[in-house]
Structures are given as C-alpha cells and as structure tokens.
Design a protein around this ligand. Structure first.
Ligand code: SF4
Length: 684
C-alpha cells in the first residue's frame, strides 16, 4: 500500500475484505475476485407507511439501486421492516434492505433479525451527544468504552447468528461528546469513533462490516476516509469495505458537484466499494448520478491506463494527504500565494466575442451608465485564442491569447500570452509581468520534454513571471497532474499553477462529475491556483444543442445557460465545494428520510430563492430535530423541523427560535440573519 491507497500514481482499487449482504457480495478480496462498486440509496417515506415505502423502494431498485436503506428510528419502525420486506419479496424484489439506526439499540436488535444489513452511527449508538464539552479522565474514557462494548456486543451476536451485515457509519456532524472531548470534530475523531466499534466487532470475530466516514465538507470527508484506511491497515493489516458518501450535499448542480468531489476524489485513489449520493431530491434520482460516478472506473484495471512514471513505492510524499495545506507558491499578479484560485473562462469557441458574451462569465454591461456590473462569480481571465476584442473591457478582467496575437495587442496590461514549451523558448518578446506556459502531463515524449524544459528554465529570473498551466490527456489525468505537482514540490518550483481540464462527455451530469472529480481531487490536496474548464468541440456542440442538455434523470440544468455560462458556474461551484473560493451562499440540506417533518425539496427551494445572494453564509435545512442539529456540521444557521408544522431556528449549534410556525419560519430565518448581521438586501 502507498500511504493510504494501492497506488498514488495509477488507478488501482484498494484490497478490502469480502462482505456478504443477503446475496450481494461487496469488496475487493483479491485472488481474481473483485466485486463491482455497488450503488445504493435511501427511502424518504414514513417507514410505518408500508405501501409507500415498498413503492418507493421498487422505484429505487428499478433505477439500479443494489441496496435500499430504510430508517428505523424506534422499535415500531424496526418491526414494520418485516412487512416491507415481505411485500417486496412477494412482488419479486430480492434486493437487500438496510435498517438505518440512530440512538436505539433495541430497534437495531429487532431490525438485525429482519433485514440483511443494519447501519449504526457510533456517534449516537449508546454514546451520546449533547453538545457538551466534558473532560474525560482516562479511567472515565475506558469506562465509557466498556459500556459501549456491553451494549454493542448483543447486536454483534444477533448479526452473527442471522448472517446480517453491518455498517459502522460515522458522521462528522454527530460525533459523541466523549470523542469530541478528546479529538474535536476532526477526521481523526471520526476515524477513532468507528475504530472503537470495529475493535469490539473483531474481538467477537465478526467481520461482515462496511465502514463510512461521511461529512458535508468534502475536504473533511476525504481526509477521514484516507486516515481510516491507513489506521485500519496499520492496526489490522487489512481493510474493510468502504461506503462512500458526502452528507447533506444539497440538490441540483451543487449537490452533484459536492458529491462528485468527495466520492470522486476517493475513487480516483481506488477507495470505495459502495456509494450513495445524498441529494435533496427523490431517492431514485440519486442512482443515475451514482452510475455516472462509478462508470468512470469501469476501465478499472491498470491495463490501458497511462501513468506518468512507472508505478512503484514512492519514497515520500512532499505533502500530507490527511490535512489541507495549500502548496507554497509566489504570487504573480493576482495568481498564487494568498490569492484565491482564479477562474479562466474559455471563450475561444465563440467566433466574434461581443459585450453580450461576457454576461456568461459574470460581466454585464449597462449602456445607460456605461458601467460594468460584476457578479460574485465573474471570471478573472478569459481565453480568446487569437481574438483581440474591439470594446473596452471591465477593469478586473484580463485576456489570455496565443503569443502571435499578443504581439499585436495594443494594451499589454490587459492581454497576456499563453505559450507552450517551444514558443516560450523561442519567443523574442514575453510579457514583463505575466506569462502562461502549457505543460503536458501526458505519458509521451512531449511530457518528458516539458519536464526537461521546466528543469532548465525554472531557476531563471525570467521564469518568475510564469504561471504554469497543467493539462493531461491521460486516462488517469488527475494522478498524472498530481505527479507533476509532486515533482514541482520536490524541486522547489514555486510558480503558481492553473489546472486545465477538458471534458469530452455527453450529458450535463457527466460533465459536472468529470470537472468536479478531476479538478476537485487536486484542489483538496492544496494543488492549483486557478482553474480553466473546457470542452471538446463535439461536447461543446452537444451542450449548445438544448436537447442534449437534458441529463439522464430528465432534468435540464442548463435552462437558458450558454455552454460558457454552464462552465463558468461549474468552475465557481467546484471552488466553493472545495472551500478554496467562496462566491455564494452554501446550502447543507439533508436528503430527507422517514423522519422528515416537512417537504424538504420545496422548502429548500423557497429558502434558496430568498437567500442565494448571501455570499459565504452556510445555511442548513434539516428534516428533523433528532439528527438534524448534529448533522448540520459547520453551518452558520439552521432551519430544522421540530414537530409537525414547527421549525426551530439555530445560529451555529445554538437554538435561537424554538417551534416557530412553519408558515412564517422563512421570514423568521431572514429576521435571524438580519439580527446577526448576516443579511444584505438583494440587488435587483
Ligand atoms: S436530518 Fe434529515 S435525513 Fe437525517 S434523520 Fe433527520 S430527516 Fe432524516
């Protein structure tokens, strides 16, 4: 194993134990056996409504869900799982069912006798969370673990007897007070929370276990899974299968991007045996997104994968994959060092760029005042290839062009050249301030020549004006670019880097997942001072065709967006999800389940409509007060269902307005934002 995965340089799936869930096998046990990454979702119906839960389960199964999870908050619901299971089997559906348990060991012990798998949350199974910071002595701490052992062991014994599998599912937002007191709400705390339960299970020789480390922040989630693999492997010499997911990812584009960044980054590393994409949408709509994420790895095996350097043990990593630290760079203009990552919008496919085209990338010209309105998601640079623009540009916007065109540009404060190795070496003139140089992170001779070029030029004084633009056509493009970052760090080359990612996919979801995975994985490791997303000519043409913009779930995210607008919004959403550049309001909304006390989709849309101009504010919309407050993690404000028709409003973890009538709850949320100076009036 290399650090936390089988290979840091090529795609290789992590070796994990085989787990049996009913007739479904999971994991990568080796000896020629490798089970596909399994897709799953969770019902949102009331578990006591047998027929509604059966009907929804069938819709999920027919969409491709290989496991269906159903909430069992109390003994009543746990018992009703039998009716649901019997009805599904009677109708010919044998997909394994999973009972989702929080707080109630009694419900778990009933469910484990009925369904094929139970999920327990170590943060609230026996252990407790009251948002109290209690100091635990070593003796108190050990005593608590003994208490957990005593209460958890009966469930293990039932699972062994009935052949039931188990997921030990840690959530970042619901770590117990005890874990918080020792580790804080850190990835290490998440890992230790699961490891305590896993050690107890292993002591009972029970191994039919899957683990998860979910968080709504992809950075925390990725670090926790990596750390879990390392610690499991160090302690046991083997790993249990991993269930990947980003919690409360939200809906629409943002939900897909956040999920793809978290799940995709780990899958690029070869981690993950089953996935769930948690969207605030109908559960069957999660499955096409799961499938789009997983199919990228159907290529699966080293054959056919290009690697930058032969895979093998790396002597060391010059960065930590377990914590975020941005790569050290010097600044050139507004790129690198402490500047937020820049966005370069590719307008090169437009034949004649006009004022109006800049609306797509965040700049709207107002003829009456002769001024530009600049949005929070306005690109910092545009790439026009060989076009010089015949109108004055907004003050903050700059243009990248090819070197010959740059020579003809009158305004060298606005236009900057984009070189490759050859044109840079041969250039008679370069910008005194800012030059961009493409570096091929492919597998062939061009790549090797580009590396040699870097070795020669990187130490020269002139190179201090160079921003490197990394791109790769390799199938394992992310790993290939990561290899070049490692090389830059080893050689102390501190020039800023822009990540160039092209998509040749077909559907909108595929584009989103591709961009989010390829660039998100690097940004989460602290790599990248800017991003430039683009599309192949065929993909661009298909996105331009409104018909082609309808994705697999029948949704059309494009609406009236041009391809440039879609790409620009995606770029800013990726930066937001990786928390590297905040340009809009962030929503943490739970996917809803049988506990949900209001229409989450409709409420999320209503809250979004009135708050989406509040840049940087994190608002959680959670269906129930049992799990909601714990799971809303680091939200600034929370809107939580606390009873039929009742909403409780939070500031951080603190209750500010209890049991507000739901008719006025959105207005009260706005008042709460105003009272806390988090509100600004929208600009019409
Ligand atoms: S927070 Fe949402 S998904 Fe979680 S238990 Fe409550 S209603 Fe269900």
């Amino acid at each position: 194993m290399q650090f936390y995965c089988e290979s840091i340089t090529s795609y290789r799936r992590l070796r994990t134990r085989e787990v049996k869930i009913g007739d479904l096998l999971l994991g990568n046990p080796g000896n020629g056996v490798i089970h596909p990454v399994r897709l799953q979702t969770m019902t949102t119906t009331d578990t006591m409504d047998t027929m509604a839960t059966v009907e929804q389960s069938i819709r999920c199964i027919e969409a491709g869900s290989e496991l269906v999870r159903i909430t069992a908050p109390s003994k009543r619901e746990a018992e009703n799982l039998l009716n649901i299971k019997n009805e599904l089997r009677r109708r010919g559906y044998h997909t394994p069912l999973v009972a989702d348990i929080h707080f109630t060991p009694n419900a778990a012990e009933i469910a484990a006798r009925i369904v094929e798998k139970v999920r327990v949350n170590p943060g609230n199974y026996v252990d407790k969370k009251k948002f109290e910071l209690i100091e635990y002595s070593d003796a108190d701490y050990a005593e608590e673990i003994d208490r957990i052992r005593e209460r958890f062991t009966p469930l293990i014994k039932i699972c062994k007897e009935y052949g039931t599998a188990m997921r030990i599912g840690t959530n970042h937002g619901s770590l117990s007070d005890r874990i918080m007191s020792r580790y804080g709400d850190t990835p290490m705390g998440m890992v230790e929370s699961a490891m305590e339960f896993l050690r107890i299970a292993r002591d009972e020789s029970y191994h039919n276990i899957v683990l998860s480390m979910k968080a709504s922040n992809p950075q925390v989630m990725v670090q926790a899974y990596r750390l879990l693999v390392k610690i499991m492997f160090d302690e046991f010499g083997e790993c249990y299968p991993l269930h990947l997911g980003v919690t409360e990812a939200g809906d629409g584009e943002d939900g897909r991007i956040k999920s793809a960044i978290g799940i995709g980054t780990l899958m690029e590393d070869g981690l993950g045996d089953t996935i769930r994409v948690s969207l605030t949408e109908d559960p069957e709509l999660e499955i096409p997104v799961c499938r789009d994420i997983v199919k990228r790895y159907a290529r699966g095996h080293p054959a056919g994968i290009n690697v930058v350097q032969p895979a093998g043990e790396l002597p060391r990593l010059p960065y930590s994959p377990f914590e975020y630290k941005r790569r050290d760079t010097f600044a050139i203009d507004n790129i690198g060092n402490r500047h937020v990552p820049v966005v370069i919008a590719d307008l090169s496919k437009l034949k004649k760029i006009s004022h109006a085209d800049l609306i797509s990338v965040g700049y709207t010209y107002d003829e009456a005042t002769d001024k530009w309105n600049i949005s929070d998601a306005a690109a910092d640079f545009i790439f026009t290839a060989d076009q010089l623009l015949d109108f004055p540009l907004p003050g903050t916007l700059k243009v990248l062009v090819y070197p010959d065109t740059w020579q003809n540009a009158a305004d060298k404060k606005k236009y900057f050249p984009l070189f490759d190795r050859t044109t840079y070496s041969l250039a008679k003139e370069r910008s005194a301030e800012l030059n961009f140089v493409m570096i091929d992170c492919g597998a062939g001779s061009q790549h090797l020549l580009d590396l040699a070029f870097l070795d020669v030029y990187a130490t020269s004084e002139d190179f201090k004006t160079v921003v490197l633009c990394l791109s790769s056509k390799n199938r394992n493009a992310m790993q290939s670019m990561r290899q070049v970052f490692i090389r830059l760090m080893e050689k102390n080359i501190r020039n800023p880097v822009v990540l160039i990612t092209d998509s040749g996919n077909n559907t909108i979801d595929e584009h989103l997942i591709h961009f989010a995975t390829e660039t998100g994985a690097l940004l989460l490791d602290g790599f990248g001072d800017g991003i430039c997303l683009g599309m192949t000519a065929a993909a661009y043409a298909s996105v331009n065709d409104r018909q082609a913009s309808v994705n697999a779930s029948g949704r059309n995210y494009l609406q009236n967006q041009t391809p440039e607008q879609f790409i620009n919004n995606t770029a800013f959403s990726i930066l937001q999800a990786t928390r590297t550049r905040i340009s809009k309001t962030e929503y943490i909304s739970c996917p809803s389940c049988g506990r949900t006390l209001f229409d989450l989709q409709e409420t999320t849309a209503r809250i979004r409509a009135v708050t989406n101009h509040l840049k940087g504010v994190k608002i959680a919309i959670m269906g129930c007060i049992v799990n909601g407050p714990g799971e809303m993690a680091d939200a600034d404000f929370g809107y939580v269902g606390s009873g039929p028709g009742k909403i409780t409003l939070y500031k951080g973890k603190e209750i500010m307005k209890r049991n507000v009538n739901s008719d006025i709850a959105v207005d009260e949320l706005i008042n709460l934002l105003k009272e806390n100076q988090a509100w600004v009036e929208p600009i019409n």
